[in-house]
Design a protein around this ligand. Structure first.
Ligand code: FE2
Ligand code: FE2
Length: 323
């Protein structure tokens, strides 16, 4: 969620991979079916209303919201706002996911439906929590939602492999951002909600990561090129929210999601899982992409060091070390 706009080695547009998309989706279908069943056996049913402290609720017509009411302040409040507005944009994500994976009537489509239904809970529980606790102005929140949904969201992923790589990184990034937002809030109710959502996001990540693991075996060169493109061009889905760059900078300074978190907790665990630097038999274009990835990761070290030097001048409290 940090401002990743000024990161090094941006390549600009993603390059579509030259493979038969329909054949790849079809070949992956049995594995998608197996991973869907695994997901369904691991995912626990949960109910947003059980997480909300309704005893704190008061009627807004009798007692309107005022700025002195929130217990969450500063970056904790900003991070909840960005988190909810990002989850709110589910109609756009559904359109994209359906466009990429919703072909046919088999396992892919089952996943698209299941994933969408699970994601829907996230905005429900966040909005209910923020409204009942009066932690954010509900009018500003609703106006933010209207702006966000009318603007919509588009992902410039030209094909299945790019799409799979993007959603793997994005689900993990969202998991970490939500988890750290909960911890930063210093509110046990908020923390419990964020742990619950983060658990969902993790299972989503694991599903996409493992579908792409199967795709690497089928199309190693094309998959490596897609992964590298997505690492080099990564942007959070909330990047279109008004004031996002300023808010993301605060969230980075707070340590909820900064470049170091992005590298150490999102990029590297997934790249290591795919054994990206050990995949053999790549064509020249994929080898070249892998070289650019190594170069990018090296430059990221410098970028992180510079950010940490600048932190000395920040007045925003940093997140406490993970317990
Ligand atoms: Fe979500
Ligand atoms: Fe998710």
């Amino acid at each position: 969620m940090t401002d990743l706009l000024d990161k090094p080695s941006r390549t600009g547009a993603r390059t579509p991979v030259d493979i038969d998309e329909g054949a790849l989706l079809l070949e992956l279908e049995p594995e998608v079916g197996r991973l869907y069943n695994r997901h369904a056996s691991m995912a626990q049913e949960w109910f947003p209303h059980e997480f909300i402290p309704y005893r704190l609720g008061r009627d807004f017509d009798k007692e309107p919201w005022t700025p002195d009411q929130p217990r969450l302040t500063g970056v904790a409040q900003t991070s909840f706002e960005i988190g909810l507005l990002t989850e709110d944009n589910l109609p756009s994500y559904h359109r994209l996911i359906h466009g990429m994976f919703g072909k046919g009537d088999g396992a892919w489509l089952n996943w698209v439906g299941r994933w969408t239904a699970e994601e829907g809970r996230h905005a429900i529980v966040l909005r209910d929590y923020l409204t009942v606790t009066r932690n954010i102005d509900p009018i500003a929140l609703e106006r933010g939602r209207m702006t966000q949904l009318q603007q919509g969201y588009d992902l410039d992923a030209p094909d299945t492999l790019h799409g799979l790589a993007y959603v793997t990184f994005q689900e993990l990034a969202t998991r970490i951002a939500h988890r750290n937002t909960g911890r930063y809030s210093d509110d046990p109710v908020a923390d419990k909600i964020m742990v619950r959502i983060a658990t969902d996001e993790n299972l989503h990540m694991v599903f996409y990561r493992d579908v792409l693991t199967a795709a690497i075996k089928l199309e190693p060169s094309a998959a490596v090129r897609a992964i590298v493109d997505e690492v080099l061009n990564f942007k959070m889905p909330g990047a279109g929210i008004p004031g996002f760059v300023r808010k993301a900078a605060q969230i980075a300074k707070a340590g909820i999601y900064d470049l170091k978190v992005h590298r150490d907790e999102v990029l590297m665990p997934v790249l290591r899982h795919w054994k990206i630097f050990e995949i053999g038999g790549l064509d020249a274009a994929a080898e070249e992409a892998r070289r650019r990835l190594a170069e990018y990761l090296e430059k990221l070290d410098l970028q992180i060091a510079r950010f940490e030097e600048r932190l000395a001048f920040s007045t925003i409290p940093r997140i406490a070390a993970a317990k």
